[in-house]
Design a protein around this ligand. Structure first.
Ligand code: SAM
Length: 280
């Protein structure tokens, strides 16, 4: 069946431009345009927004975003083999698609986009968590983006939306709950991708809160939760020892039992602890 945008089917695009998937680049492509349109729709009404897409690959999701009416899309792709295919999409949607052949970890996307900005991406799994933490922990809030709609391995998505006390609760859940509303909007089996990955995937939709739920310095909070959950079986007085020689007293002063483990501590208490450590 011909695609609505008049462009060739993605299998043909991949064959024409020789874009055989490379594992090192985390390439698992979505070739079903109904599915990419569905992901684009789960990002909300795109018509009044600019969109940052990381890792467009052969452009399945990019086509979904443009067909769903995104005002402009900035697509940042590291693999130069994808550029000719993306140029064809740009020609079909004049003035609406800018492609940057770059590493998403190295660029400042704000230079190319106007607010309101939404991030939508089927992320390369190897850089997904790093980009997510970066987007959640800028010094200033609100961030440059209004919503993010991101594909992760299902297990990572479950860690992002995990509740306190659960096994999946950790750094990602705390950073996401601190400054956003985050929920899983779609789960996908391995067969949805070419080649299929070993695991299921899920799309998480994040809405930036106007202000964080509790005040805290993002760097300090990130350090505390990284240290606390890296050794999650240990009591906080020992897992956080490197942060201050006085940690036991500071924990007591902030109303946290020094014998508690990180998974028993609420977001509010972690933020209190971050404020106490920041003033040292
Ligand atoms: N969006 C496409 C889709 O849904 O079919 C491709 C998704 S694939 C999981 C991840 C894409 O990210 C690949 O095209 C890969 O080349 C690209 N990529 C990997 N690392 C990157 C990086 N550091 N910066 C930008 N793109 C990257």
């Amino acid at each position: 069946m011909a695609a609505l945008d008049g462009l060739p089917p993605l299998r043909e695009v991949i064959a024409t431009h020789g874009i055989a998937a490379k594992k090192a680049l985390g390439q698992n492509f979505l070739l079903d345009l109904n599915l990419t349109a569905k992901i684009a729709r789960s990002a909300g009404d795109l018509r009044a927004s600019d969109v940052l897409e990381v890792g467009p690959g052969p452009g399945g999701l990019t086509r979904g975003l443009l067909a769903e009416g995104a005002r402009r899309v900035l697509a940042v792709e590291k693999d130069a083999r994808c550029l000719a295919a993306l140029d064809e999409i740009a020609a079909t949607y004049p003035g609406r698609l800018t492609v940057l052949n770059a590493d998403a970890l190295e660029i400042d996307p704000t230079a190319h986009l106007s607010p309101p900005i939404r991030i939508v991406a089927n992320l390369p799994y190897n850089v997904g968590t790093e980009l997510l933490v970066r987007w959640l922990t800028p010094a200033a809030w609100p961030p440059f983006w209004q919503t993010m709609t991101l594909m992760f391995q299902k297990e990572v998505a479950e860690r992002i939306v995990a509740q306190p006390g659960s096994k999946a609760y950790g750094r990602l859940a705390i950073l996401a709950a601190w400054r956003t509303d985050a929920r899983i909007v779609l789960t996908l089996p391995p067969e949805a991708f070419t080649p299929p990955p070993k695991v299921h995937s899920a799309v998480v939709h994040f809405t930036a809160l106007p202000t964080p739920r509790f005040p805290a310095d993002p760097k300090v909070l990130n350090r505390i939760v990284a240290a606390g959950f890296n050794q999650r079986r240990k009591m906080l007085r020992s897992s956080l020892k490197a942060l201050s020689p006085d940690i036991e007293r500071i924990l007591l002063d902030t109303g946290i039992a020094p014998t508690a483990r990180a998974e028993e501590v609420s977001l509010e208490a972690f933020c209190r602890l971050a404020r106490a450590l920041e003033t040292l």
